[in-house]
Design a protein around this ligand. Structure first.
Ligand SMILES: Cc1ncc(COP(=O)(O)O)c(C=O)c1O
Length: 400
């Protein structure tokens, strides 16, 4: 493809932009993964990654994409035929459900509308009725990347506790880790699944399992076959900073610097920056006159916004127009939302200017595609980014 002048705006909801210091660390020569320098690196990243998950327990780092960490969460804790309670929040929860079937598990998938998060009360009802404790795990997606909906994981934990049910809680944080507040220990999550290519600002290629004591115990009697993804050998090697097989040395070099950047900014400030960008984006979308895919304000995602176009307009044609005219990539609609929505990513490494540039790119595309919209969305977003408007002000209230 022909080179387009200027920096490409990668504003899909992951993979995200990798900051230069992280790229520089990845570009350093590969080191001996069995030598002393690697031991320092391994111990350092394995210790500090825990802070991002808000856990005191071990976090396993795999050289794979997030899907591998989904599989690891299941094969390490469950046995053939085990029932898993899942909630359909969108495309990614659906894929995780399909994986359980391929692995010989029995998912019970609670239907959702792809516009709301996990219904914790409904989960509680199902678990209360499961007096034989046939469900061995509840598996949910924290931030559904296909819809821009964030579920309340503390409420899911409470639902399991209220039902007095022993099921493990498995949570996918692939598009929320390092972008949206998440508390592995406090929320009593047993396995948290993460990936490198979103909030952590790394390229794709690392994936994570944060694990509780209870999950570790379960792994000792779980009978699904596992080899490469097995926790036990990993934990043994990780205890001294090493890996049982060749790790992604250069990505780990990048991870160390990404953790430096997050620590320097402060995790809570990182979340606040994402919240602001999300609020500014929603303000622009509402000003343009479009609907946000997420129905409930309390579930708005801070890492992406999925925008519904009015009937009769193609979201894919709009994205193509935006790419062609502004060198900006936005996320496509997935599954049943194909061509119906486009997704604006505001996660990872970005500034106020990145947010505004992205919104201006959308306006450019809307105008070119002849889609009716109200001008001034970027201006409305500036007010949020400048702190002149409360991020939660409702449509039209102050944007005029
Ligand atoms: C919420 C969520 N879960 C799982 C995945 C799958 O991860 P990967 O593509 O890294 O294998 C993604 C990818 O975007 C995702 O957003």
């Amino acid at each position: 493809m022909k080179h387009m002048p200027g920096r490409h705006f990668l504003q899909i909801p992951g993979p995200t932009n990798t900051p230069l210091p992280v790229l520089a660390a990845i570009a350093k020569p590969t080191i001996d993964h069995r030598g002393p320098e690697f031991g320092d690196l391994g111990r350092d990243v394995l210790r500090r990654i825990r802070d991002v998950f808000k856990t005191q327990n071990p976090v396993i780092i795999y050289p794979c994409s997030g899907t591998g960490a989904w599989e690891a969460a299941l094969v390490n804790t469950l046995s053939p035929g085990d029932r898993v309670l899942m909630f359909e929040t969108g495309w990614f929860s659906t894929l995780w459900g399909k994986m359980t079937v391929s692995l010989g598990l029995q998912p019970e998938i609670m239907n959702g509308d792809w516009r709301s998060g996990v219904d914790a009360d409904a989960i509680e009802r199902v678990l209360r009725a499961d007096t034989s404790h046939s469900f061995k795990a509840v598996a949910v997606v924290h931030n559904e990347t296909s819809t821009g909906v964030t579920s309340n994981i503390a409420a899911v934990r409470k639902a399991i506790d209220n039902a007095n049910h022993p099921a493990l809680l498995l949570v996918d944080t692939i598009s929320s880790l390092g972008s949206i507040d998440y508390r592995h220990d406090e929320w009593g999550v047993d396995v948290t699944v993460g990936g490198s290519q979103k909030g952590l600002m790394l390229p794709p290629g690392l994936a994570f399992n944060a694990i509780s004591e209870k999950a570790l115990d379960a792994s000792k009697s779980a009978r699904l076959p596992r080899s490469f993804l097995g926790w036990s050998e990993m934990l043994t090697a990780n205890a001294t900073g090493y890996f049982p097989y060749t790790p992604s040395t250069n990505l780990l070099q990048g991870l160390r610097v990404a953790l430096d950047l997050i620590e320097e900014e402060g995790l809570e400030n990182v979340f606040a920056r994402h919240d602001r960008a999300a609020a500014a984006t929603r303000r622009a979308v509402e000003h343009w006159g479009f609907e946000i895919q997420c129905r409930n304000e309390s579930e708005y995602s801070s890492s992406l916004t999925a925008v519904r176009l009015p009937e009769g307009h193609s979201a894919d044609a709009l994205r193509a127009e935006i790419l062609h005219r502004t060198n900006t990539s936005l996320g496509n609609g997935l599954g049943r939302l194909a061509d119906r929505v486009f997704r604006i990513g505001h996660l990872g490494d970005f500034s106020a200017a990145s947010v505004l540039g992205t919104l201006a790119a959308v306006e450019t595309g809307l105008k070119a595609a002849g889609i009716p919209y109200r001008t001034g969305g970027v201006d409305a977003a500036i007010d949020i980014l400048n702190g002149n408007l409360p991020p939660t002000a409702t449509i039209g209230e102050a944007a005029e």
